[in-house]
Write a protein that binds this ligand. Structure first.
Ligand code: XMP
Length: 418
């Protein structure tokens, strides 16, 4: 049986918690998808759900009578608290007769089958960034089609400490994919030489990345498919049935591929929320540190090393950032912050080391808590955690004599400094 055949539809009436309803259903091991309240009877029939859940109702329930008369069980007024869990469980098991057996292991098996059907005897290209989504996509597709998957990894020289090595090791040794790792640090740094403006830096990094990726992908002339790490929130943001489409979100990784490169997309994560992608990664055997990676911007350390980029500055930042992340783990705070990193500031200040006057760089520590990355507060670390980070950076990273902690909210500050 197709495991997604036992499906619930969450009908969104404009609730700001709409995704939470869907998450609650999935936590009870039942697959569900979301639709808007303008969904038609025909659309519902195509989904073929075993029940409907209406979200809280700021729009004053405008669903058509025809939908109500479909004869499907409907849950309305569901609480999003502990009471709601019991109520939901009863609805799923007793009313909809769900078996509640939707698990990540089964999802993986099912997805592998679907990838095989879509790709047939063809070949797939997958761009690896080191991030969670592209890593999970690659691992999943590798399990489905083995060496007919080619991965492209562009080492921009803007990765964090040991990151490139970890990606290469995982995808050439643990998953023996046909990995094309491009050593492009010099190319990136030469194109970025002398550039200080943040927008300009981002643009150059984006263009050079696309050029490298396209050039390598062209060498794999016979690949018809491109794997993408699109996840369910991307789909929801782009517009679900029965809901007026919002701004279409383009996945930044392939947005700029040349016109003549036509690929059919393979998007096996398009039904999963972020934490489900992480669970899937663990099921597939990816290393914990890869699965739990915090979001990392496409332009990498390029936007955390302020002003002009040089290899020396990037190396300094890599060391400081590695210490911040190491102490974050050790202190037990790693899963309690949304994003934590170091920034190399373009200022020198006076200090004293071993009785000598120094005039060296300052590093800022940035750590935020957020659910949507649109707004964020700064992490209230215990002083001891900050103290250890600061002491170690000043003692261990040559060229740094001062550490500051960024206590700016978003808005008005952004999470990244550039
Ligand atoms: P800001 O700095 O805008 O960041 O508050 C919000 C979130 O987005 C990440 N970010 C990026 N991610 N490409 C990306 O893939 C980018 O150019 C980029 N810029 C920022 C940032 O790390 C944070 O999680």
């Amino acid at each position: 049986m197709n495991i997604t055949s036992e499906k619930i539809l969450v009908v969104d009436f404009g609730s700001k918690n709409a995704q939470l309803y869907a998450r609650r259903v999935r936590e009870q091991n039942v697959f569900c998808q979301m639709v808007g309240h303008e969904v038609t009877v025909e659309q519902i029939q195509q989904f073929n759900p075993v029940g409907l859940i209406f979200t809280d109702n700021p729009l004053n329930n405008t669903i058509s009578d025809a939908v109500r008369q479909l004869g499907l069980p409907i849950l309305e007024g569901m609480e999003l608290t502990d009471t709601g869990t019991v109520q939901l469980s009863k609805f799923l098991k007793d009313t909809c007769k769900c078996s509640c057996t939707w698990t990540m292991e089964q999802f993986a098996q099912n997805a592998i089958e679907e990838i095989r059907q879509q790709v047939g005897t063809g070949r797939v290209v997958c761009g690896l960034s080191g991030g969670v989504d592209s890593s999970v996509v690659a691992a999943l597709i590798y399990k489905a089609i083995g060496d007919r998957l080619s991965c492209i990894f562009v080492d921009t020289g803007l990765m964090r400490k040991n990151e490139a090595e970890s990606v290469i090791k995982t995808f050439s040794q643990q998953f023996k994919t046909d990995l094309h790792a491009l050593e492009a640090e010099e190319l990136f740094l030469s194109k970025l030489a002398g550039v200080e403006d943040p927008q300009q830096k981002r643009k150059i990094i984006g263009h050079v990345f696309i050029d490298c990726f396209a050039q390598e992908a062209k060498k794999l002339g016979d690949a018809q498919f491109l794997a993408q790490g699109t996840i369910y929130p991307d789909i929801i943001e782009s517009g679900i049935p029965g809901c007026k489409a919002k701004v279409i979100k383009h996945h930044h990784n392939v947005g700029g591929l040349p016109e003549d490169m036509k690929f059919e997309l393979v998007e096996p994560l398009k039904d999963l929320f972020k934490d489900e992608v992480r669970q899937l990664g663990l099921v597939l055997g990816l290393p914990e540190e890869m699965v739990w990676r915090q979001p990392f911007p496409g332009p990498g350390l390029g936007v955390r090393c302020l002003g002009e980029l040089t290899k020396a500055k990037l190396d300094t930042l890599r060391e400081a950032d590695a210490i911040v992340r190491e102490e974050l783990e050790k202190s037990g705070w790693a899963r309690k912050t949304s994003q934590t990193f170091a920034v190399l500031l373009p200022v020198n200040s006076v200090g004293v080391k071993d009785g000598e006057r120094t005039y060296e760089n300052a590093v800022a520590i940035r750590s935020v808590n957020t659910t949507d990355f649109m707004t964020a507060t700064w992490t209230h670390f215990p002083y001891e955690v900050l103290e250890t980070m600061s002491d170690r950076i000043i003692a261990e990273v040559p060229g740094v004599n001062r550490v500051v902690y960024d206590i700016s909210k978003k808005p008005s500050a952004t999470i990244e400094w550039e």
